[in-house]
Write a protein that binds this ligand. Structure first.
Ligand code: PLP
Length: 382
């Protein structure tokens, strides 16, 4: 258990709530979830499913009708031929990380993962006893990775490479040439790629490129996607993986051994999410873009902060080295003294030192309030 890490966002949320309980006002920019409600048509279809008897256990790999819908959606959006047997529905995107690492990596194996990156990757690689090999995301490349550097990290022990685009915490988006380069670096070696595309529908500039779409890569790719971010469904716990059918069978068995299945009525709502009107996704994305613009412009006016314009997801990742403060100390001070909850870059790995992450899943009004508070705090303290 000592090897298992955590996701600091939940801890900062608890700390912020404790301050609020003492009467302090806190602007919440720490947690990574849309502040919007789940679209009405999806809620209605879950209610209908409950009334229609979807209150029982279902197959571990997911209801056949949802697996079919996901296979179709992935085939269309990634330009591949995905079959229902290659889909496993799980409670949230996170279990795919957990199950895939349990299934594929063990002591003696190496797993390459983005750093700064979603903390559960490193935590789970350590937990299964494999060696976590970080690939640094570079600010000067808008937080993309350097493909040659990645190629240099691959060796005979490399079992899995994890990539994530659009990226948490930086908002970086991999370009077509990066994806092609990664596929070339993998070549015909016996290496799988876990491609975390949970933010694929939240892109502000450019397009989403999946490594699954590259010729010859479908068999080596495990796609992670889900409903949490795209349809504001974080509390529903709905996600999925798409992978070779033999691996999908193993992951489904891990489902049987852990949670049995994903909630049946949620799965029925998932069909409506993918097949129903998509305007709410576009509206949310447009709103995140507006907020991003306000946040980045505001941060760049504050002493010691410099912030690139993220191309996707709903986070900004300013460089704070100009403040002269270490990230964790600065994040603590901003929460306790300024009433702004954000995360230290180090919550996302060692290469997050010198940065902070703020989520823009909050109103423009609150974002402006946070900017004012951070500005006042820096004037007093720097
Ligand atoms: C990169 C990334 N992958 C996966 C997840 C997990 O999403 P879910 O809430 O669907 O488990 C998150 C959530 O923050 C994330 O940022």
């Amino acid at each position: 258990m000592a090897r298992l890490g955590t996701e600091t966002a939940f801890e900062v949320l608890v700390k912020a709530r404790a301050l609020e309980a003492k009467g302090r006002d806190v602007v919440h920019l720490e947690i990574g979830e849309p502040d919007f409600d789940t679209p009405r048509n999806i809620i209605d279809s879950a209610c209908d499913a409950l009334h229609n008897g979807f209150t029982h256990y279902g197959p571990s790999a997911g209801l056949p009708q949802l697996r079919e819908t996901i296979a179709q959606y992935v085939s269309e959006t990634r330009g591949v031929n995905a079959a229902p047997e290659e889909v496993v529905v799980v409670p949230g995107g996170k279990p795919i990380i957990f199950f895939v690492l349990l299934a594929l990596a063990e002591e003696g194996d190496e797993v390459i993962y983005p750093n700064p990156g979603f903390p559960i990757y490193e935590s789970m690689i350590d937990y299964v006893g494999a060696k976590a090999v970080p690939i640094r995301l570079r600010e000067e490349m808008d937080f993309r990775l350097e493909v040659d550097e990645l190629a240099g990290l691959i060796d005979d022990r490399t079992k899995l490479i994890i990539i994530n685009s659009p990226q948490n915490p930086t908002g970086g988006v991999l370009e077509k040439k990066d994806i092609d380069g990664i596929a070339r670096a993998v070549g015909d070696r016996n290496i799988m790629v876990l491609t975390d595309e949970i933010y694929s529908r939240l892109i502000f500039e450019g397009e989403h490129h999946s490594i699954m779409s590259v010729d010859g890569m479908k068999e080596r790719s495990i796609l992670l996607d889900g409903f949490s971010k795209t349809y504001a469904m974080t509390g529903w716990r709905m996600g999925y993986g798409v992978m070779r059918a033999d691996l999908a069978t193993h992951v489904a068995r891990l489902m049987t051994n852990s949670v049995s299945c994903t909630a049946s009525f949620s799965q029925m709502a998932g069909i409506e999410a993918l097949r129903g009107p998509q305007e709410s996704v576009e509206a949310m994305c447009a709103e995140f873009k507006k907020r991003r613009d306000v946040m980045v412009a505001g941060l760049n006016k504050i002493k010691g902060f410099s912030c690139r314009l993220p191309k996707g997801a709903f986070y900004v990742f300013p460089n704070i080295t100009g403040t002269g403060w270490p990230s964790k100390k600065l994040a603590d001070a901003l929460l306790e003294e300024a009433g702004v909850a954000g995360l230290s870059g180090t919550a996302f790995g060692d290469f997050g030192e010198g940065y902070m992450r703020f989520s823009v899943a909050n109103s423009i009004e609150n974002i402006e309030k946070a900017l004012k508070r951070i500005g006042n705090w820096t004037q007093k303290n720097l």
